[in-house]
Design a binder for this molecule. Structure first.
Ligand SMILES: [Zn+2]
Ligand SMILES: [Zn+2]
Length: 155
């Protein structure tokens, strides 16, 4: 395996540490609430029932949302935002930024783009080789362009 490949695998493995930490905290809180509070401390059955029902309703919604958040892949820009093969080759060969921008302007003429860089240029990701749609940013942790990206959340 190439060293970069090994590094990538290690990074992926380490990325699970915060998630495992949260899962352990959740398990511990579940035990503290359900067993220690509801079973051993609260003695009235009606109170226990009310406490447990509300707790489990919120708990299920929390676990479901957390699960969806962890296992939903980030959305990437669609195919229309990739440069056609010929244009991509021209873009890579071109050294002057103005000519590169011309290629991008032509390719983006039919795309719904409203956001430009500070200098008025079309936003392009050299790593993913796509024109970045509005609100799309390259996530260095996921190493891909993510739509509507706000920040990479390790939790
Ligand atoms: Zn990310
Ligand atoms: Zn990217």
């Amino acid at each position: 395996m190439a060293p970069s490949h090994v590094l990538r695998c290690c990074q992926r493995g380490l990325a699970w540490i915060p998630v495992i930490f949260i899962a352990l905290v959740v398990c511990w809180s579940y035990y503290a609430y359900v067993v220690e509070l509801c079973v051993f401390t609260v003695l009235s059955t009606t109170e226990q029932l009310v406490y447990l029902t509300f707790f489990h309703l919120s708990f299920i919604m929390f676990v479901w949302s957390y699960w969806k958040t962890i296992f939903t892949n980030p959305a990437n820009p669609s195919k229309e935002f990739c440069l056609p093969k010929a244009e991509k080759e021209r873009y890579e060969k071109e050294e002057r930024p103005e000519s590169q921008q011309e290629i991008l302007w032509r390719a983006a003429s039919n795309l719904p783009l409203y956001t430009r860089t500070g200098s008025g240029a079309i936003r392009y990701c050299d790593r993913c080789q796509v024109i970045k749609p509005d609100r799309c940013h390259h996530c260095s942790a996921c190493d891909t362009c993510v739509l509507k990206m706000d920040h990479h959340c390790p939790w």
